[in-house]
Design a protein around this ligand. Structure first.
Ligand SMILES: [Zn+2]
Ligand SMILES: [Zn+2]
Length: 349
C-alpha cells in the first residue's frame, strides 16, 4: 500500500473514531510478567525436550505405543487448530452443529496455543492489518533488508507471544464472547492444558502397564508433540509470510508453502487464505493437499456442517497470478455432488 493510501485510511479511521468511538484494539491492562514467563516455559521446555530426544531415540526410550499416541494427539489438536480455531471460529468459513463446535473448541485447546477466544481475536487482528502496522506477528515489521527481516522472522515465529498487548476480545470476537459454551471452554484453558499433558501419559501407562510407558508417552506424545505442532503453527506466521509462491493476488506478503501442507493440515496454503479469508478450502488449486478441507467435506456430508464456503471459481480466477493455466480442485462451488445446505440442518439452527 502506498503512503497516500495509508494516510487516507488513517484519516478515515480518525473520522470514524470521532463519530462512533470504536472499542480499543488492545485491552487497557497488558498481560502480566507471570503470564509471559509461563509462555516462555511452554516455548523453552518442549524445545529442550526435543534436543534431549535425539540421543534418547537411539536408546531404549521410544516405542511404537509412543508414536501412535503422539500421532493421534497431534492430529486431534492440529485439526482443532486448523479446522476449528482457524476456519470455523475465526473465519466462519462453515457452520457446525453444537457437538462439533464443542469438540473443535476442546480439540484446538489441546494444542496449548492459548484459549480459543484469545487465539481467534489475535488472528482476526492479524487479518485486519496483515503485514502492516497493527499486525501482531508480521515478519516485515522491522523492515525488508536481511537484518530486519531475520529479526522480523523470529518475531513472527515466537517473539510476538511475549508482547504484553492483549487483543481486545470485545472488539474482535464479540460473537464468540456471546456464545456461552465456547466462552466456558475458553475459560477452562488450564484444564485442557492439563489434559493435553497428562492424558498421553495415562494412556501410555495403561497400554504398557508400566511407569516407563507412562514416562515415554509423556515425553514423546505430550512434550514433543506439542513442540512440533507449535512450530508448525508458528511457521504459518513466519515462513508463510516470507517464502513460497504467490499463486493469488493478496494485499500482503502471504505465500503458499507446499512442504508444510501435510503437517499443517492445509494451513500453509496461506496465500489463497489471505486472498479469500473466509474460504473453507485453503489448498484451492488442483493438487494442493488440504486435509482440513477434506474433513470439512466429510462433516458436510454427515450434515454436521453446512453453509460451507467452498472456493468460488468466479471470485478466484480473476485473482490468480501468472498465466500458468492453474485449475481449481474438486471441492469447488458448483462441482460438489450434494446440495451445499441441507434444509433440515438449516431449520435446526
Ligand atoms: Zn497470515
Ligand atoms: Zn486466517
Amino acid at each position: 500500500m502506498t503512503a497516500t493510501a495509508d494516510a487516507l485510511e488513517s484519516a478515515n479511521d480518525t473520522t470514524t473514531s470521532a463519530r462512533t468511538a470504536p472499542l480499543p484494539e488492545v485491552e487497557p491492562e497488558p498481560s502480566g510478567g507471570g503470564e509471559r514467563l509461563l509462555i516462555g516455559v511452554f516455548v523453552a521446555v518442549p524445545l529442550l525436550a526435543l534436543a534431549a530426544a535425539i540421543p534418547v531415540a537411539w536408546g531404549w526410550g521410544l516405542g511404537w505405543h509412543d508414536v501412535v499416541i503422539g500421532l493421534v494427539f497431534y492430529v486431534i489438536s492440529g485439526m482443532g487448530i486448523s479446522m476449528g480455531f482457524h476456519r470455523h471460529f475465526t473465519h466462519n468459513s462453515f457452520k457446525a452443529n453444537k457437538p462439533l463446535r464443542i469438540a473443535m473448541a476442546i480439540a484446538g485447546s489441546l494444542a496449548v496455543e492459548g484459549p480459543v477466544l484469545v487465539w481467534a481475536a489475535d488472528h482476526r487482528r492479524h487479518h485486519k492489518y496483515s503485514d502492516r502496522e497493527g499486525d501482531p506477528h508480521s515478519p516485515w515489521r522491522f523492515g525488508s533488508d536481511v537484518r530486519a527481516l531475520t529479526k522480523g522472522f523470529l518475531y513472527a515465529h515466537i517473539g510476538w507471544l511475549f508482547n504484553p498487548d492483549r487483543t481486545s476480545q470485545q472488539k474482535f470476537v464479540p460473537d464468540l464472547l456471546a456464545d456461552r459454551p465456547i466462552r466456558r471452554i475458553s475459560g477452562l484453558f488450564e484444564l485442557w492444558v492439563a489434559v493435553s499433558l497428562l492424558a498421553p501419559a495415562l494412556i501410555g501407562g495403561l497400554w504398557s502397564m508400566s511407569l516407563t510407558g507412562a514416562l515415554t508417552a509423556f515425553f514423546w506424545a505430550s512434550l514433543i508433540r506439542i513442540c512440533l505442532l507449535h512450530h508448525v503453527t508458528w511457521s504459518i506466521n513466519s515462513v508463510c509470510h516470507t517464502f513460497g509462491n504467490e499463486d493469488f493476488q493478496a494485499r500482503d506478503k502471504s505465500r503458499n508453502v507446499a512442504w508444510l501442507a501435510i503437517p499443517s493440515f492445509g494451513e500453509s496454503w496461506h496465500n489463497l487464505h489471505h486472498a479469500d479469508p473466509t474460504c473453507a478450502r485453503h489448498g484451492a488449486l488442483k493438487g494442493q493437499i488440504d486435509i482440513s478441507a477434506r474433513v470439512i467435506r466429510w462433516a458436510e456430508l454427515a450434515s454436521w456442517a453446512w453453509d460451507v464456503r467452498w472456493p468460488d471459481e468466479n471470485r478466484l480466477s480473476g485473482r490468480l497470478t501468472g498465466l500458468r493455466g492453474r485449475q481449481l480442485g474438486s471441492m469447488t462451488k458448483g462441482r460438489l455432488a450434494r446440495p451445499e445446505k441441507p434444509a433440515a440442518e438449516a431449520a435446526r439452527l
